[in-house]
Design a protein around this ligand. Sequence first.
Ligand code: SF4
Ligand code: SF4
Length: 441
Amino acid sequence: MAEAKTFKGGIHPPYNKELASGKAIKRAPVPAEVIIPLQQHIGAPNEALVSAGDRVEVGQKIGSSDAFVSAPVHSSVAGVVKEVVDVPNFTGNKVKSVVITTDAEQPEFAKKPGKDIDSLSADEIREIAKEAGLVGMGGAAFPTHVKLTPPKDKPVDLVIINACECEPFLTCDHRQMLEKGDDLIAGARLLKTAVGAGKVIIGIEANKMDAVDAIRSKASGLSDVEVEVLEVKYPEGAEKMLIFALTGRKVPPGKLPSEVGCLVQNVGTAIALYEAAAWGKPLYERVLTVTGPGIREPGNLLAAIGTPISDLIEACGGFVGNPVKLIMGGPMTGWAQSGTTANVVKGTSGVVVLTSDVVEMGEETDCVRCSKCIEACPMFLSPNFIVQAAKRGQWDKAEMWGALDCFECGCCSFECPAFIPHVEYVRKAKAEIAALKKKKE
Ligand code: SF4
Ligand code: SF4
């Protein structure tokens, strides 16, 4: 077998995928109430299209914006709007949200007769992605139709499906590849048509060889779809690392994948595009993983957007052991929660609950100059120097050491024997550098 492809740097955290990787996707119970934020994406917020007392149906558009960089939101349930009100989302920021009391009986989404997906034009695919409210479902939540509109002078020749799922614990992409492989391939080819590329590569980490075999067998008759195996390493699925590992192309600092002729999309997004094109289905539910040693019965759930995570935890048997940390998303890049009130959004790939026996909580001490953070950084930065500059409030130096090129993967903190939370310092530095630039303008 050819050697698995990879990039330089990175780390090998304990993956713990076995907790949920064997669990087939099952539908989460529809909660009594969903809270659907009107902004779940990077870009302009939506205006509410409904108000208190309105009836809504599954898949009905309930928020939209005229801005190009935005994505509409749709009701995930049949029910009645209780209120439109500011609610803290998973980051703690208050976001205008539509609260819907759900009907006791929930109908299945009625598939609409879509067009022949093989005859769709690039413009039609972009429009479908926009109307369906598609965003990157790996966590970043960038509107898909915008990504499908690369600059005219930057032709895209390659679509990469990011099927690495390199975050520890998460298995929802793995399950979708096993259970929805045909839809993934169809969605990937729609992405290819939308940007006028010639080829699709589906990049899968070597800890999911059953998915490699399944997708290879489904794509066997297709000359435009390849499956490549990548080394199991974090953050193999970061866009720049993945592009380099698969093609050797280097995305310059501050630039997008289109700079080197690539479009990268996540497994869930490709499947959602297929469902939107073939069935007229908007993005109002998603597959996510509820897992960790603090969850009694870890699993992969298809959950309505707006479902409180407390309901998902209950659907997985509740807590077990001594849970001390609850994270929305994966443990490396997710958001630590102070409770269970946050709701599922389009970018929620998982809920991970860690127990006291696996969480290493050390006090931050001074840097011991071991250079482990430098060796781990996939962007070849010197995280220790960024931290040093940030601690001193030397924002120009933090920028000089590459704070703006950091994509907050957390490899540095993972390796640091001094328990230094580099990403927190980097975020602070980024905010200060941006504020200073704004002031100068
Ligand atoms: S400095 Fe940024 S990019 Fe480099 S390892 Fe740390 S978090 Fe990742
Ligand atoms: S890993 Fe931590 S202790 Fe080692 S050089 Fe980096 S910041 Fe310093």
